[in-house]
Design a protein around this ligand. Structure first.
Ligand SMILES: C[S@@+](CC[C@H](N)C(=O)[O-])C[C@H]1O[C@@H](n2cnc3c(N)ncnc32)[C@H](O)[C@@H]1O
Length: 202
């Protein structure tokens, strides 16, 4: 890493706790941090949040969720330093090996599809794993860029998404296009609660 980038990251680490943000944020990240995160942080029904993929500009995210169990998972070991206190160096395809079924209140897969998680089988395994580990009624936030270079294949072809239900997120609706340039889209899903007398497979 160049000395300039190291300095930039060090400054970010030191200044964020003082409320000074040196990053230049796109509108999708402003929405994520300024609208989505506060809703999650203030929801007493959400205690555990799994955030997939991290980098220097997300290193302070754990501090934004002081009241929660904020977990990160990142495939690149070199980025573990930017993860939360509870961090896993692993692929998100392996989420079910790390958490019990129906145990997580929220999972955020933002900017990972098309940014390394590009293979159809890996994406389907990830979605199936998130579905299995999310508790009924929990949130699944899927953020992706609707651009040819970051859309390995049409998301309509992802059968793993069919099990989730789109759900209105406060202030944003169920699908929100947050940035006209990178065409970043947030899809808000839930895992449907099973009504009594209904089986999980129905
Ligand atoms: C563009 S960054 C987005 C980081 C973060 N999710 C965010 O919203 O800013 C994509 C990250 O996903 C990670 N990644 C790619 N494939 C992954 C996988 N299979 N499992 C876990 N992390 C992965 C990359 O290493 C990279 O750090």
């Amino acid at each position: 890493m160049s000395p300039i980038k190291s300095l930039r990251i060090l400054l970010h680490r030191m200044l964020m706790p003082l409320g000074i943000d040196t990053r230049k944020l796109r509108s999708d990240r402003k929405i994520l941090e300024g609208t989505v995160f506060p809703v999650l942080e203030n929801d007493p029904n959400i205690q555990s949040i799994l955030f997939v993929g991290c980098d220097w500009y997300t290193l302070h995210y754990g501090a934004l969720f002081r009241q929660k169990r904020f977990i990160t998972i990142e495939i690149n070991p070199e980025l573990a330093r930017y993860g939360s206190e509870e961090h896993h160096i692993d692929s998100c395809e392996n989420i079910p090996r790390l958490f019990p079924s129906d145990s997580l209140d929220c999972c955020i897969l933002n900017g990972v599809f098309g940014f390394g998680l590009n293979e159809r089988a890996a994406m389907e395994a990830t979605l199936a794993g998130i579905y299995g580990t999310l508790r009924p009624g929990g949130w699944f936030l899927f953020g992706w860029n609707d651009l040819p270079e970051h859309r390995p294949f049409p998301i309509e072809e992802l059968v793993g998404l069919d099990k989730f239900q789109l759900r209105e997120f406060p202030g944003l609706g169920s699908i929100y296009e947050s940035d006209p340039i990178n065409r970043h889209r947030f899809h808000f899903y839930t895992k449907q609660k099973i009504e009594s007398g209904e089986s999980a497979s129905s």
